[in-house]
Design a protein around this ligand. Structure first.
Ligand code: C5P
Length: 229
């Protein structure tokens, strides 16, 4: 089995989201509804995606534990299979989300893949190499089912949390394609070989002339995951 594929349905146009979900839903393991689609259409965006594959609701929750618990409960009620919170919200917040949504895999976003070490220093944070494994251990210890991080940090994250938690990796770009606003990108092959459980594919699919064919091509290129992962 290779790493799972997740298509990011990043659009505010519900018709476009529905068409993309229908086109790629059979080729990927989950469909990701993010802030753009959810801000525009709310639960209707989740329902449209859920017609075609399990839904990853990427809301990156970050608030006091009580508020995040309520939001996680509501997100789970929409049928989200995966849900994100920010690891930097702290262990009590992560635990509150995990307890409020026991049937949903709560993923902790470590450090956004759009941030490089200069940007992290500007907000008073240590390098990604230092911060991501620390947040990974904290999040899994608090009850998160997995992490979101860049490919470069997977080995250090696996060393801290082992092989069981999901490690979901955005910033994926096939070799030779534009990296856009992603500061810590990787190819699908490199991220899978490093131990990612899931790859998030946004513009790698949405910019392709045939997103379903692009997903098939990426899946065919991936190395098998070791049975311990
Ligand atoms: O188009 P692209 O592949 O860059 O899209 C990446 C997707 O992954 C977006 O939906 C973005 O919100 C999400 N994401 C990310 N970095 C994180 C967490 C989520 O890029 N750390």
């Amino acid at each position: 089995m290779s790493a799972g594929l997740i298509c990011a349905l990043d659009t505010a146009d519900l018709g476009e989201l529905t068409a993309l979900a229908a086109a790629v839903g059979g080729e990927v393991d989950l469909l990701k509804v993010g802030l753009e689609a959810f801000a525009a259409h709310g639960p209707a965006a989740v329902a449209a995606a859920a017609e075609h594959a399990p839904v990853f609701l990427d809301l990156k929750l970050h608030d006091i534990p009580t508020t995040v618990a309520g939001a996680a409960r509501a997100a789970a009620a929409h049928g989200a299979a995966m849900l994100t919170v920010h690891a930097s919200g702290g262990p009590a917040m992560i635990a509150a989300a995990a307890e409020a949504a026991p049937e949903t895999t709560v993923l902790a976003v470590s450090v956004l893949t759009s941030l490089d070490d200069t940007a992290l220093a500007a907000v008073g944070q240590p390098s990604a190499a230092e911060q991501v494994p620390r947040l990974a251990a904290l999040a899994v210890g608090a009850g998160a089912g997995g992490l979101v991080c860049a490919a470069a940090e997977i080995a250090a994250v696996r060393a801290r949390v082992g092989q069981a938690p999901a490690v979901v990796v955005p910033g994926i770009r096939p070799a030779g394609t534009a990296t856009d606003d992603q500061a810590r990108p990787a190819t699908p092959e490199a991220a899978a070989a490093a131990g990612a459980s899931h790859l998030v594919l946004g513009r790698a699919l949405t910019r392709a002339a045939d997103p379903a064919a692009a997903a098939r091509e990426i899946r065919a290129s991936l190395p098998p995951r070791s049975p311990t992962r």
